[in-house]
Design a protein around this ligand. Structure first.
Ligand SMILES: Nc1ncnc2c1ncn2[C@@H]1O[C@H](COP(=O)(O)OP(=O)(O)OP(=O)(O)O)[C@@H](O)[C@H]1O
Length: 775
């Protein structure tokens, strides 16, 4: 492929936008269908078991959050529960939830019917009908869940929080609404003819948007043209990390950083953020050869305002935590000032670094000088809300009724308006002073960042985000830096699109091939096609830099993924290339009492493969109760499990733990949820929650000293289902640092396509192959 692509035409842009819209609609429908199927078909108890509802909750407090939202904090009161800690559930900040009446504590009576206010309608059946209230999950701890209610939901007197409430998770249409709006904006920006005559908004077609849509070519990189010209904050960065930093700083509109597992992607992003936010001052910016830097670089040396986004709250917090851990600047005049970073939205979990909470917009706004007045209004508002909800003086009995209650609601409305105005000023001031703002891509589109612009937007985990959601922050910036690994799992998509790619799009592809040029802007095949993938296809490998040294895996664990997915460019850092479980201090006592052969067998082998071929360890479909699937793999839908294989996993975990490996250093992973459940029932009691048991997908971005993979599939039809997805296998095989154990049936699994066959062949030649039956 030599020449670059043809500039995008209006017709191509139309096709691209139409396809994005259609795919997003399908996905929205699939999500609503899934959630309403669950809500209408499941009893409240089953919903609780599936983690989609929390029952018998009482109000712990009612407060006021940013935007005058009412924050209802719910807990498990001792009257209805022996344990205040929530059972496992799936509520996360940002989820849409409904609060409805749960008539009878955790005990027997049925819950009353909730009013149909969202997808799926109410749950249960029961006595009196009441209005269910919808809100957004704001914060979740082990014992409390805080729901933010929109002011419109709580401005009338019938919006009472039931004394005994249940919270139910609903389909989240907000995410889709925001993505749809962003695609609309993209259309109006790229295709001015689609704007309505009376639309007075401005839709600037920036150089960045033009490049991302393939309308204009990328501009030439600016300085620094060489790594030597950069003064690195962290001189320990390896050559590929330094080159990625240089590339990102010098790129005109867009740069991609390809970070395979464990290659220090976050490390590299932190350096980029520091360089952008606080370029080493000119007085110290001699190049490493001792010559003064180019005066034309002054523009590049101006501190930049940066929006740092991630596909998930965890990705955002990971970067924030690292930024906060940076050493405080020294007092010398040449040292850069401390960076001000503000986190929008709510941290995903309580972080090791307590500064994470301190950096939230909420806390910063509360601390600012202008906040005092707003605080008074807030206190009054909260006191009034407390009285209305029966939490004030005199408790539930003192709840005002009738005319008095209506009057109080009017007061709430007025106070809320005043609070919003005052607080708007505070938020503007805090954000205006923040040089670095961190948010998920989705929450970058919220009210607080309206009218804010940035020099650079950085999106981490960009290969796990749908393209539409990436555009939310992109519209706010002049330059884009994407980081991710297209060889790991893409965003999770529920819908399957059976429609064929249009003939026009196909013709375009053929024409591109004939002209030996790169493809231009093409409608995506599915929402799994990320912006990162698309840019690489449109602009070729020159749009990215690969981080090529990994700091996680023993060299042997790294060898297969490197050879097959990273063109053998992924190398192992010396510090990890030969590390083994036998180097862990906890295993010393066992080693002292064991013979060399046993030590090698358990702690000295980087890859073990327990082959169950010929053992007749057949899989079964969840809930079928049928342990014998000789006739085939069963229906393609439904989760699979494999009891005999789970037994092999159990015995190996036992041996590792006996040898001194801590349960917290081990993860057991499998592609199938049913196998997770089965393994949990076998292992949880002995090893507790320290031993991690989960799906491959849930393990992306994480690592453990020892990882045991249970492949599950074993059937005479040799069906392997979604196990064959290369990117899922890559995630599975790259989580282990010192020891990887694979348990599976080579007879079945090797028939799952060329990649699985290659892996099995490689395992047979390179791993320590053991036959499961003999163990
Ligand atoms: N230049 C370096 N020298 C030594 N260690 C490094 C270097 N860069 C990264 N590391 C180490 O590699 C590990 C992975 O780094 P980091 O968490 O930044 O990687 P990542 O690529 O973001 O991870 P993931 O695989 O989860 O995406 C960390 O323990 C980090 O300390």
């Amino acid at each position: 492929m030599s020449s670059s692509h043809e500039p995008t035409t209006d017709a191509q842009l139309h096709a691209f936008i139409d396809r994005q819209r259609a795919l997003l609609q399908l996905e929205r429908d699939a999500e609503i269908e899934r959630s309403s199927l669950l809500l209408t078909n499941c009893s409240p108890k089953l919903l609780e078991q599936r983690g989609l509802a929390l029952g018998a909750l009482g109000t712990a407090s009612v407060g006021v959050g940013l935007g005058g939202k009412t924050l209802v904090e719910l807990e498990r009161p001792s009257a209805w529960h022996t344990d205040a800690v929530f059972p496992p559930h799936s509520f996360r900040p940002g989820d849409i939830a409904r609060i409805e009446e749960n008539a009878a504590g955790s005990g027997g009576k049925k819950a009353p019917k909730g009013k149909k206010t969202g997808a799926g309608g109410g749950t249960g059946g029961g006595e009196k009908s009441m209005k269910a209230i919808e809100g957004v999950v704001y914060k979740v701890t082990d014992t409390r869940i805080v729901i933010a209610l929109d002011p419109s939901e709580t401005s009338s007197e019938d919006a009472e929080i039931p004394e005994c409430a249940r919270v139910v998770k609903l389909a989240n249409s907000v995410t889709y609404d925001r993505m749809d709006k962003t695609i609309d904006q993209l259309e109006k920006t790229g295709l001015p003819s689609t704007r309505k005559a009376d639309d007075k908004s401005s839709y600037p077609l920036t150089a960045l948007t033009r490049v991302l849509l393939g309308i204009s070519p990328r501009s030439e990189p600016s300085s620094p043209a060489r790594v030597e010209e950069i003064q690195f904050y962290d001189p320990s960065l390896n050559a590929s990390q330094k080159e990625a930093v240089r590339f990102a700083l010098s790129a005109g509109e867009v740069a991609c950083i390809h970070g395979p597992p464990g290659t220090g992607k976050t490390h590299t992003l932190i350096e980029i953020i520091r360089q952008l936010a606080s370029p080493p001052s000119s007085s110290t910016s001699l190049t490493s050869t001792g010559t003064p830097s180019n005066p034309n670089q002054d523009q590049e040396k101006k501190p930049k305002r940066i929006l740092v986004c991630g596909a998930s709250n965890l990705a955002v917090d990971n970067i924030l935590e690292r930024l906060l851990a940076l050493p405080a600047p020294t007092s010398s005049a040449a040292a850069p000032a401390k960076l001000t970073a503000t986190r929008i939205g709510h941290p995903a979990r309580v972080m090791a670094h307590e500064g994470v909470l301190e950096a939230t917009l909420e806390v910063r706004a509360g601390r600012s000088d202008q906040a005092a007045l707003a605080k008074d209004v807030k206190a009054e508002l909260e006191a009034t809300l407390d009285v209305l909800s029966g939490k004030g003086k005199g408790g539930a009995k003192a709840r005002p009724r009738g005319a008095e209650r209506r009057k109080m609601w009017d007061e709430v409305k007025a106070l809320r308006k005043e609070y919003r105005q005052r607080e708007g000023g505070v938020v503007r001031a805090v954000l205006g002073e923040s040089q670095i703002v961190l948010a998920t891509c989705h929450s970058a589109g919220g009210r607080q960042l309206r009218n804010h612009s940035f020099d650079v937007v950085i999106i981490d985990e960009a290969t796990q985000a749908m393209e539409a959601v990436c555009w939310v922050p992109i519209f706010k910036a002049q330059k884009l830096i994407l980081a991710g690994d297209p060889m790991q799992l893409p965003p999770t998509i529920l819908s399957t699109d059976k429609s064929k790619v249009s003939k026009k799009a196909k013709d375009g592809k053929v024409a591109d091939r004939k002209a030996k040029r790169r493809p231009g802007l093409r409608p995506p095949r599915s929402l799994e096609t990320t912006l990162f993938d698309r840019l690489e296809r449109m602009y070729g490998p020159g749009i990215k830099r690969l981080l090529n040294v990994q700091y996680r895996m023993h060299a042997q664990i790294c060898a297969f993924p490197s050879a097959t997915l990273y063109a053998s460019r992924l190398k192992s850092a010396e510090s990890v290339s030969a590390h083994l479980l036998s180097d862990l201090p906890g295993t010393r006592a066992w080693q002292a009492a064991s013979d060399a052969e046993s030590i090698k067998e358990v702690l000295g082998t980087p890859i073990v493969f327990f082959d169950t071929a010929g053992c007749e360890f057949y899989e079964r479909l969840e809930g079928s109760g049928d342990n014998d699937t000789k006739g085939g793999g069963g229906a393609e839908e439904g989760s699979k499990c494999n009891e005999n294989e789970a037994g092999v996993v159990k015995r190996w975990v036992e041996r590792l733990v006996e040898a001194g490996v801590l349960p917290s250093q081990i993860a057991v992973i499998t592609p199938y949820q049913a196998q997770v459940t089965l393994l949990t029932s076998l292992l949880r009691e002995t090893y507790g929650p320290e031993l991690e048991i989960g799906t491959v997908d849930g393990m992306q971005g994480r690592e453990k000293e020892a990882v045991v993979i249970s492949l599950v599939r074993s059937n005479e039809k040799r069906e392997v289902g979604f196990l064959k997805e290369k990117r899922r296998l890559n995630v599975a095989m790259t989580r282990a640092k010192r020891h990887l154990c694979v348990v599976g049936d080579s007879d079945t699994v090797q028939h799952g396509g060329p990649y699985l066959k290659k892996w099995l062949t490689w395992l047979e030649a390179n791993a320590d192959v053991r036959f499961a039956e003999l163990e």
